[in-house]
Design a protein around this ligand. Structure first.
Ligand code: GLU
Length: 417
């Protein structure tokens, strides 16, 4: 039997279909929401350090802007496909709606292996992307941000390139910028922080104390590493396993954030951390822990391993880590999943705050950002939690019911369908 190739966009559509049926969505509205409104495919010539020119391919998908300008990150990844970007753009649409910020959903990607590019090549690639995609970007149109393997420095180059195209600075055309260039206080750890606010509320909902709760984190980029830091700070989580693309480490006595992050900064990976045992990324997911935090890529919890997941809480900081089949299995097992586009919405929420500050040209204190983020995340969490109880559905479907209901209302009011 040949294994079916995973297609994230088909997964996003089938998740929507299930919600549309429960919402008894008008068929035209449903069909409209199954597809991106617009997408741009670009070809990018980049001068390499050795004097040759390499051609890269990239995308920007503007999925739905009925509630406001499209918003969403930009990924640099060798495995990027248009269907992955479409799925991620759809999830951004539901994400901005579930936290009720006045934005739509979009996403971008470039097929490349950023680890094999020099800083100069990375800069020229970033600028080349904006030269092609800039014409459809802007504070009022579509606003990118960091995502997998893109950084505040890359956002800075992009903001600079765009400024030259326009003839003036328009910092609000991109978020996740460095503080010196119109960034927002509190944007750096916002994705993980928003997830921790959700986890805090989930522990209240289930009446489970998280002090010392064993935790495994898959992925040690921005979201995963800050989840380690903040999980220790917020609740005293005992993080027993973490991983990155090269594998994972496990120590039943706990892994200290400061030491692990220093090791990763020095060696480029979490693996070979002194005193810890090696685990694969697959083994990490199945560890006997209370909290599991997938913070890497899509499709890691699926039909093949969901029955072996032991965690009580699954806090999804990655986008699309769990397939619909796995959702049902986890729900039947009694695992409490905080679904991706709710759990990781802290990033885009603070991006929205960054846009507001850029538009005003007036900047907030970090404590203000945290407080506003907490308010948004807490309200969204309880909306979804209550919806799940009222409709007797799992949390992801509940999040879809909240989010799709809002987008559908905007679409109807605008007279689109
Ligand atoms: N890339 C992040 C996400 O998937 C943040 C997007 C943004 O800030 O626009 O939510």
């Amino acid at each position: 039997m040949s294994e079916k190739v995973f297609n994230p966009f088909e997964m996003a559509q089938s998740q929507l279909d299930e919600a549309a049926e429960l919402l008894q969505l008008d068929p035209a509205v449903h069909e409209l929401l199954r597809w991106p409104l617009r997408e741009l495919h670009v070809t990018l010539p980049v001068k390499m350090d050795d004097g040759t020119t390499r051609i890269f391919h990239g995308f920007r998908v503007q999925y739905n802007d009925s509630r406001g300008p499209t918003k969403g990150g930009l990924r640099f990844h060798s495995g990027e496909t248009i269907d992955t970007v479409r799925a991620l753009a759809a999830w951004m649409t539901w994400k901005t709606a579930v936290v009720d910020i006045p934005l739509g959903g979009g996403k971008g990607g470039v097929i490349c292996d950023p680890k094999s590019l020099s800083p100069g090549e990375l800069e020229r690639l970033s600028r080349a992307y904006i030269r092609q995609v800039g014409r459809i970007l802007g504070l009022e149109k579509d606003v990118p941000a960091p995502d997998v393997y893109t950084t505040p420095q890359i956002m800075a180059w992009m903001a600079d390139e765009f400024a030259f195209m326009q003839g003036y600075n328009e910092f609000g055309m991109i978020t996740g910028k460095p503080l010196a260039l119109g960034g927002s206080a509190g944007r750096g750890d916002a994705t993980a922080r928003g997830g921790m606010y959700c986890l805090r509320e989930a522990s209240k909902a289930l009446n489970i104390d998280l002090a010392g709760a064993t935790t495994a984190i898959q992925g040690y980029g921005n979201a995963g590493s800050f989840a380690h830091k903040l999980g220790e700070e917020f609740f005293g989580l005992k993080v027993v396993a973490v991983s990155d693309s090269r594998g994972g480490i496990y120590n039943p006595n706990g892994l200290d954030f400061k030491q692990v992050s220093a090791h990763k900064a020095k060696t480029g990976s979490v693996i070979n951390f002194p005193g810890a045992q090696f685990v694969t990324n697959e083994e990490l997911l199945e560890l006997d822990v209370t909290v599991l935090i997938p913070a890497a890529l899509e499709n890691v919890i699926n039909e093949g391993n969901a029955a072996r997941i032991k965690a009580k809480f699954v806090a999804e900081l990655a986008n699309g880590p769990t397939t619909p089949e796995a959702d049902r299995i986890l729900h039947d097992k009694g695992a409490y999943v905080i679904p991706d586009f709710l759990c990781n919405a802290g990033g885009v929420t603070v991006s929205y705050f960054e846009m507001v500050q850029n538009a005003y040209d007036y900047y907030w204190e970090e404590a203000d950002v945290h407080q506003r983020l907490d308010k948004k995340m807490t309200a969204a969490f309880w909306n979804v939690h209550k919806m799940a109880q009222e409709r007797n559905v799992h949390n992801r479907l509940a999040a879809y019911l909240v989010a799709v209901g809002r987008v559908a209302e905007a679409v109807r009011l605008r007279g689109w369908a």
